[in-house]
Design a protein around this ligand. Sequence first.
Ligand SMILES: *[C@@H]1O[C@H](CO)[C@@H](O)[C@H](O)[C@H]1NC(C)=O
Ligand SMILES: *[C@@H]1O[C@H](CO)[C@@H](O)[C@H](O)[C@H]1NC(C)=O
Ligand SMILES: *[C@@H]1O[C@H](CO)[C@@H](O)[C@H](O)[C@H]1NC(C)=O
Ligand SMILES: *[C@@H]1O[C@H](CO)[C@@H](O)[C@H](O)[C@H]1NC(C)=O
Length: 833
Amino acid sequence: MSLRPSSILVVMEMHSLLPLTVALLGLLSPCLTGPTPRVSFSLGTPGRRVSRFTSPDVSNTTTLLLSDDEETLYVGARDAVLALDVSHKDAIILRGKLDWSPSEKDLEQCSMKGKKMSDCPNFIRVLQFLNSTHIYACGTFAFSPHCTSINSETLTMSLKLDEGRGRCPYDPYQRNTAIIVDGELYTGTVADYRGNRPVISRHLSGGVHVDLKLDDTLGWLEDPTFISSSFIADEEKIYFFFSEVGREYDFVDKFIVSRVSQICMSDVGGQRTLQRRWTTFAKAQLLCQAENELPYNVLQDIDALPPAEGAPTDDTLFYGIFTSQWSVTSGRSAVCSFRQADIRSVFSGNYKVLNRDTLRWSTRVQEKVANPGECGLHNASDNALRFVKDNFLTDRSVFPSGRGPTLVSADHTYTHLTVHRVHAPHSRAYTVLFLLTDSGFLHKAVLLPGGVHIVEELQVFEPPQPILSMKLSISKGLVYVGTSGGLVGVPAANCSFYWTCAQCVLARDPFCGWDPVSRACVGASSDHTHLGQDVDGGNVKEVCGVSSMNRDRFCPSKRSSGVCPPGELVWVSLNEVVRLQCSATSRLSRQTWERPNSRLSPDLYLHLEDGGLSFVATPTTLGHYLCLSSEHGHEQTMAVYLVKQKSSPLAQTPPGANTRPRADPVPPTRSVTRPRPGPGPDTTVEHEGTEAKPTRSNRGSTRPPGSNLTLRADGAWQKDSGHQGGGPLLPLQGPCYLRELVLVSVLLVLCLSLLITSFLYAVRQRCHRRTAPQVATPTRDPDRRTPTEQDNPRGNLFLSKRNSPALHSSPPGGFLSNGAPAGPNGRLANIPV
Ligand SMILES: *[C@@H]1O[C@H](CO)[C@@H](O)[C@H](O)[C@H]1NC(C)=O
Ligand SMILES: *[C@@H]1O[C@H](CO)[C@@H](O)[C@H](O)[C@H]1NC(C)=O
Ligand SMILES: *[C@@H]1O[C@H](CO)[C@@H](O)[C@H](O)[C@H]1NC(C)=O
Ligand SMILES: *[C@@H]1O[C@H](CO)[C@@H](O)[C@H](O)[C@H]1NC(C)=O
């Protein structure tokens, strides 16, 4: 995504309302990344099983409706409505299927109108409970929308089909929203074939109510994308959430704004003016903007979080995902929350006026004839109704609670969310967001006072999946994701994945707590009051009572045996490049290396990006190494190695022996020496010197394909067992290959130098050509890699150093520091030697 300064400048010039400095600072703001998921589970990982529903004759299962008892999930699919039994936690079973497809003739007409045959089926886009016995469903029906009521028990359709215009879009790719309250259907959709007559309307009205819609001559809606609608019980209103073109910003370009709009359920239209039209329609801008950044102006999804027990109802929070329309911020997304009380206060405030001659908006100066947005205007005078007809845009915008985004992510484009409040063991309630990324990952995020903590990410589908939806079953603790390819049910948590108290606490998952009696991490929903957890602090010491490790880490069992455990033996030849591995317990942990009584000089040791350690074997670098992983102040030993020199090439141990540490005749390694699966590293701390439980080391032995980037609590072991020979060494086999090695290295260095020289030359040429001042941007432009350029020559130096014995005695002082963020350096380390 290349930065287009010209387009930004246009935007900045147009921003009469957003100060220029904001836009500028947005560009200059440092590379912002957002919170990292603590652990990641790829598709099909056994630690985080999901239930799936797919069927060859069912597709586009993207409209979801969960029954009140949360036992049945109704799904609107292509040419079908399904009833799925979701009463079992780990399975989704088809209970019934209603086929509802257009006739051959309908399809023929659809394709004659020039539509693609694959878009002509009946895509169910409205699915709502009508009453206790029936569901109301609408589908696109070959670009001629139709609706029907369906018996929710028998899944039989009523014989009479309703016209679907204004209730359901014609085009299956157009977004819409619908909600039924008290038997009346409120919809936001486009009401014509071409998709340019948007309307918010009421249908199925009875009694004194009449069906209402927007007066569409007024431009009340400007090319909207409907996102969601919500019933506001205490105000008897319906809120609609959408994004549209913000005409009040007279930009050259189309500036998108996100909106909340309201209508009163008691509305019956005016008597002469606004007959059969809303008299209570009002809309307000939703602002989601971080300080010093361009606004996140495009709403993607929104979900309501009801207030905590005992709190007033207008403490309801609406959590929305926003992206931005500009290419500078593409790929980023933000979550903002809006209080119902704030929305209400904006709607009851002042309104802007539209000058019909100039089509410009201004703040009102003339006298106020009526209160726009007020319910109960049906008997109002024509004068008052004309006033509300022209005054429907609030003067103020709705600011997010806390005045800024709850979460900003530069790495993930979130598309859908559901929000839930969870009572953590021994603690308060936490807000948990389930966020779906466009790359198919579900993030579980906890909102903490210090910021957002992403407990885990879980891959639920392979992209691309164009239209999808998400539903949370609170009683079942399951998140359902409806995609084009099928339905996925994801348990909100798998506490038993965390084997130890430390892992259970470090996860900081409010769904889980440590049960000291059964010594297991268990779900917090049950009425366990004795569970240990610390979601805010992740304080292992306090919850688990685990003492930090004693200083004498290399000899934990000295007292009993009198000798230090050998650690994992690593046989090396002098001048060989040694690479010791150390895996992370989570993405938030940091690995550090220690040697007995000495610090690791950055001159001799290279800390690899994957947590490993690389160095050249010399007499001084032989000996013990210990890798520690620390997270939230909790340290645990991940690995202990003993690097020893091979006695002589002749007496070399057979190749198998040093590469299969666990299979050699050495007595079983102590738990300290090697991270074990499952009980893993923590057990080392808790039962130092005892042996790891062998039963668990045999579990879950298959590594899912492509999971090498996946960190698991037992990832260490998984990774190691995964690669052939499992040894911590690079596959260097002594001096016999040395000549070839040197040759290859020299060639490599030559090639790299050539490449870099030409690259530098190209960059310089480009810089010369550029006249505009350059700004550092967080875009992932492959052409802007200045830091890499600078690092590469050093890299070369280092490479030649570590490959040629002659050079290694004179290392350039400290050019690769210990904790350096190992972007380019890490890449270096991966160059095969
Ligand atoms: C939870 O994790 C454990 C340990 O990895 C695994 O054995 C189990 O199958 C998982 N359960 C679910 C429902 O994912
Ligand atoms: C629910 O609505 C359907 C369709 O309009 C109707 O036939 C049925 O009688 C209603 N059921 C109840 C309990 O009102
Ligand atoms: C509005 O006027 C009608 C008659 O025109 C009357 O029946 C009704 O009660 C009035 N409603 C209100 C809220 O005043
Ligand atoms: C229906 O699903 C298919 C893939 O199964 C997808 O290509 C298509 O775009 C979907 N159609 C709609 C309208 O979502």
